[in-house]
Design a binder for this molecule. Structure first.
Ligand SMILES: Cc1cc2nc3c(=O)[nH]c(=O)nc-3n(C[C@H](O)[C@H](O)[C@H](O)COP(=O)(O)OP(=O)(O)OC[C@H]3O[C@@H](n4cnc5c(N)ncnc54)[C@H](O)[C@@H]3O)c2cc1C
Length: 453
C-alpha cells in the first residue's frame, strides 16, 4: 500500500520520517530548544483548510492518529507523538478584521501581537499571550490569560465561531447556533479537542485609551510580607489591573544575582484618573519603603508590553514548566512560598504569582477550573546535561503545594509529569462524550499524559 497517495496533492509539504526536511519540520513544531524525543510518522505543513482536510482524510483512512500544532509553544508539545501524523497549521496565519461587527477572523498560526497590530487602526484589541511569538491557536484553545483577561475573560471566551476540519475530513463552521458541539468544545479543551481549527472568529473589544504601569523591585527578605499583602488585597484589585509578582535571579548578562521580587501592575482602562487611582494602591504596600527600584504611574502601550513579555522568556533556551491555582488564605499559603520563590535552579528561571481572582463565573466554557492566585514555575537553561534536573524542578515545587491546589491552568500544563485537575468532572465527561460522538474512530490525539505518551 502506498500510504502517500492521497497526500500527493500536497507535494513539498509532506515530510515522512527519514525524509530530508523532516527533522527541520519536527523541530519547528516545538518553540523551546529542548525538543522531545517523539517522532511522528509524517508531518504535513498545510497552507489551507482544504489541505488540512486532505491530510485528515488520509490519516483516517490509514489509521494514523492526528496531532495539530499552531505556534508550538505548549510546554509539553502534546501534538508530537510517535507514529502519528502531525498537521502543522502555523502557515494558516491570516488576519481579517470586520469592523462592522467588531469581529476578526484569524488563522490559528497568527501571532497575538500581529493580530493586535491589525486591530489597532480600528480602535480594537483582543486578549492574547504576553509574549510576541505565542500563536493564537493553542493560546485560545487552552484558555488563555491575555490583556485585560480579568475584565474581558480568558482568550477562549472571545471565540465567537470557528472553522474546523472534522474527523471525517469535512470543513465546517461552528458557532453558538451551528454545529454547536464544535464551538462549545473549542473554548478551553486544548489538546483534548476533536478537530483541526483552521480559523477563529473572535469578538474584539474597543481599545482602552490608557495603559499605565507601576513596577517595584523588592529584596527576597520581604517575601512573606509582600505576598501576604498581595494575597489579602485580592478582592480589591480592580478587574482592569494585572498584578503579577515574579522572582528572578539574573543580572543583565544572565549571570546569578541575588533573588529579587518584581511586582508589576498594569492598568488598562479609559482615563488617566482611573489608572492612577488603581495604581496608587501599590504605594500602600506595607514594605514599599524596602523597594530597591521603582518605576511608577508610567504611561505604556501594547508594543512595549509585548517587548517586556518577550524578554521574560528569551528565545533559544530549554524550558520546563508547571502550575497551579490556589484559593488558600494567606495564613496557609505564604509560609509555603519561600522555597518556591527562592530555589530557582538557574539564573533565568522564574516564578510567577498572578492575582487572578476574585474569580468570576466561567459560564458554559470548557475552561472550568480557576482560583484566586495563579502560581507558575519555569526553569530555563541551556545545557542538555541538566535536562533531568531542570525538568524536575517545577514539577517538584508544584507537587509540594498540591494540598493547596484548586487545579491547573491548561496553557502552562504539564500533565505528562504531574496530573492535576484541569477541567471540572462534569465538563470532562461532556467533552469525552462529544469526542466519542464526533470522532468515533479516535482519529485525533488527546491530552498527553504518562499513560497516553
Ligand atoms: C514564551 C511563552 C509565553 C507564554 N505566554 C503566555 C501568556 O501570556 N498567557 C497564556 O495564557 N499563555 C502563555 N503561554 C502558554 C501558551 O498560551 C500555550 O503554550 C499555548 O498552547 C500556545 O499556543 P500555540 O499555538 O503556540 O501552541 P501549540 O503548541 O501549537 O498548541 C498547543 C496544543 O493545542 C492544540 N492545538 C493547537 N492548535 C490547534 C488547532 N489549530 N486545532 C486543533 N488543536 C490545536 C494541540 O493539541 C497543541 O499541542 C506562553 C508560552 C510560552 C512558550
Amino acid at each position: 500500500m502506498n500510504e502517500s497517495n492521497e497526500l500527493d496533492a500536497l507535494e513539498g509539504k509532506v515530510f515522512w520520517q527519514g525524509d530530508e526536511g523532516y527533522e527541520d519540520a519536527r523541530g519547528a513544531a516545538v518553540w523551546r530548544a529542548n525538543k522531545p524525543n517523539r517522532y511522528p510518522k509524517v508531518i504535513v505543513v498545510a497552507e489551507s483548510a482544504a489541505e488540512v482536510a486532505i491530510a485528515v482524510r488520509h490519516a483516517a483512512k490509514h489509521g494514523l492518529k492526528v496531532g495539530v500544532r499552531s505556534g508550538g509553544h505548549s510546554w509539553t508539545s502534546p501534538h508530537l507523538r510517535d507514529g502519528a501524523m502531525l498537521i502543522d497549521v502555523s502557515r494558516l496565519n491570516g488576519i481579517d478584521v470586520d469592523t462592522g461587527t467588531r469581529h476578526v477572523w484569524v488563522g490559528p498560526g497568527a501571532k497575538g501581537e500581529k493580530v493586535n497590530d491589525a486591530l489597532k487602526p480600528h480602535g480594537l484589541i483582543v486578549p492574547t499571550g504576553h509574549h510576541s511569538t505565542v500563536a493564537v491557536g493553542g493560546f485560545l484553545m487552552c484558555g488563555g490569560f491575555g490583556w485585560n483577561s480579568r475584565l474581558w475573560g480568558n482568550g477562549c471566551a472571545q471565540i465567537a465561531g470557528v472553522e474546523v476540519v472534522t474527523a471525517q475530513g469535512e470543513i465546517i463552521y461552528a458557532d453558538e447556533h451551528t454545529n454547536r458541539d464544535f464551538w462549545w468544545a473549542v473554548r478551553g479543551s486544548g489538546a483534548g479537542y476533536f478537530g483541526v481549527v483552521t480559523r477563529f472568529r473572535l469578538t474584539a473589544h474597543p481599545l482602552p485609551a490608557v495603559m499605565k504601569s507601576s513596577v517595584y523591585v523588592y529584596p527576597a527578605d520581604v517575601l512573606e510580607a509582600l505576598l501576604t499583602w498581595a494575597r489579602e488585597i485580592a478582592n480589591d484589585v480592580p478587574p482592569f489591573v494585572e498584578l503579577v509578582i515574579t522572582s528572578t535571579a539574573h543580572d543583565p548578562d544572565g549571570n546569578w544575582a541575588p533573588v529579587r521580587l518584581t511586582l508589576s501592575a498594569l492598568a488598562i482602562t479609559d482615563t488617566d484618573e482611573e489608572a492612577d487611582k488603581a495604581l496608587a494602591m501599590f504605594e500602600r504596600c506595607p514594605v514599599v519603603d524596602r523597594a530597591t527600584k521603582r518605576k511608577t504611574f508610567q504611561p505604556t502601550n501594547l508594543t512595549e508590553r509585548y517587548v517586556s513579555g518577550t524578554a521574560a522568556d528569551p528565545v533559544g533556551y530549554r524550558y520546563a514548566c508547571d502550575n497551579l491555582y490556589t484559593n488558600a488564605p494567606a495564613s496557609e499559603l505564604i509560609p509555603r512560598m519561600r522555597e518556591l520563590f527562592t530555589s530557582l535552579p538557574t539564573p533565568r528561571s522564574h516564578v510567577f504569582w498572578f492575582n487572578w481572582g476574585p474569580v468570576k463565573p466561567l459560564g458554559d466554557l470548557v475552561l472550568s477550573v480557576q482560583g484566586d492566585i495563579y502560581l507558575g514555575a519555569y526553569s530555563i537553561w541551556s545545557d542538555p546535561s541538566e535536562d533531568a534536573a531542570m525538568d524536575a524542578w517545577p514539577v517538584e515545587q508544584m507537587r509540594k503545594l498540591e494540598d493547596l491546589s484548586a487545579g491547573g491552568q491548561m496553557n502552562d500544563e504539564n500533565m505528562l509529569a504531574r496530573p492535576d485537575k484541569y477541567l471540572s468532572d462534569e465538563v470532562s465527561d461532556k467533552l469525552e462524550r462529544l469526542r466519542a460522538q464526533h470522532d468515533p474512530n479516535g482519529v485525533f490525539l488527546s491530552f498527553l499524559t504518562a499513560e497516553t505518551r
